[in-house]
Design a protein around this ligand. Structure first.
Ligand code: PBG
Length: 329
């Protein structure tokens, strides 16, 4: 591999000038690499700050069009919708997930009508925005039931597909749901609706600010360790990905991002499938710490984002995706 030695070989030669560094750069970012998460809330004319995520807001539906306009103009390929459901609409079974008039369904219809296919829309498939206990599925004796939950997720998927969702993103970590959702989508005329599996979702301590944003934080009883992955494991991540590919996933997600670059890299090396990274809320909070929306540490943010590309991610879900003009060179 090494073809010479010092002093004839000097690696600093190619680092001397900016043009040369640019010439040999191995990785870079463009807006095509980003997915923008949007937090939705009921009401009118609302832009609610989220305390633990400076610079991120919850928006009422009448406020989202200009955000999406901007996202399209900036060249983002996709947005991801996350509802903050009214407390009084949450219940033990999370039935609001199947209400065709829920916040996500109304947002999907509005966005599709106005923006057609100018931007992709991704939606989480999971029950946590809708359950009174904050878990992603149906609870029985503090255990999240698998098969019964999958049955509900199938219906949630079909509903979201009907409303115009382009990419369904099951984020619940139930066994076997990708295959069952794929089959039901095909049977119901949604052959072209994509599935992005959160195949590798760790039971992480970095999700706190998100749970605050969607209003499930105070509700969550216990933790999600009996369905999300143990952060001590990496072989298991490859088993999860292998299964989801077999079941029909179009893309897979690794989540969280920065503490799991090793997983992104090994998924990419082992499977030739698009791999997305989720730079989660806790990572965002740490990187944004104390800067109150000013992005003074934009170089730190850029460096973190590039690391996802270096690890092999095809795209990144990032709460910075609406401020790329300030971050990318
Ligand atoms: C829940 C879901 C979570 C996130 C996205 N979807 C949290 C959780 O599993 O409790 C976290 C995202 C983030 O922290 O930014 N289905």
């Amino acid at each position: 591999m090494i073809t010479g030695k010092f002093p004839s070989l000097r690696l600093r030669r190619s680092r001397k000038n900016s043009w040369s560094r640019r010439l040999i750069e191995e990785n870079n970012l463009s807006p095509n690499d980003f997915i923008l998460p949007l937090f939705l809330i009921e009401g009118k004319n609302k832009k609610q700050p989220i305390k633990s995520m400076p610079g991120v807001y919850r928006y009422s539906l009448d406020k989202i069009s200009h955000l999406i306009d901007k996202a399209i103009n900036n060249g983002l390929p996709m947005i991801a919708l996350f509802p903050n459901t009214d407390m009084k609409k949450k219940n033990f079974l999370g039935t609001e997930a199947l209400n065709e008039n829920n916040l996500v369904c109304r947002a999907l219809q509005l966005i599709k009508k106005r923006f057609k296919n100018d931007i992709g829309i991704m939606c989480d498939v999971a029950l946590d925005p809708y359950t009174s206990h904050g878990h992603d599925g149906l609870l029985d004796n503090n255990y999240v039931l698998n098969d019964e939950t999958v049955d509900v997720l199938i219906n949630q998927s079909i509903l979201q597909a009907q409303m115009g969702c382009d990419v369904l993103a099951p984020s619940d970590m139930m066994d076997g749901r990708i295959g069952k959702i794929r089959k039901s989508l095909d049977k119901n005329g949604f052959k072209m609706t994509q599935i992005l599996s959160y195949a590798v979702k760790y039971s992480s301590n970095f999700y706190g600010p998100f749970r605050d944003a969607v209003g499930s934080k105070g509700l969550l009883k216990g933790d999600k360790k009996n369905y999300q992955m143990d952060f001590r494991n990496s072989d298991e991540a490859l088993r999860e990905v292998a299964l989801d590919i077999k079941e029909g996933a179009d893309m897979v997600m690794v989540k969280p991002g920065l503490p799991y670059l090793d997983i992104i890299k090994s998924v990419k090396e082992n499977f030739k499938i698009p791999v997305l990274a989720y730079q989660v809320s806790g990572e965002y909070s740490l990187l944004s710490n104390g800067i109150n929306n000013k992005l003074i540490n934009k170089d730190v943010i850029l460096e973190s984002l590039i690391s996802f590309k270096r690890a092999g991610a095809n795209a990144i879900v990032s709460y910075y995706a609406d401020r790329l003009d300030k971050i990318l060179d």
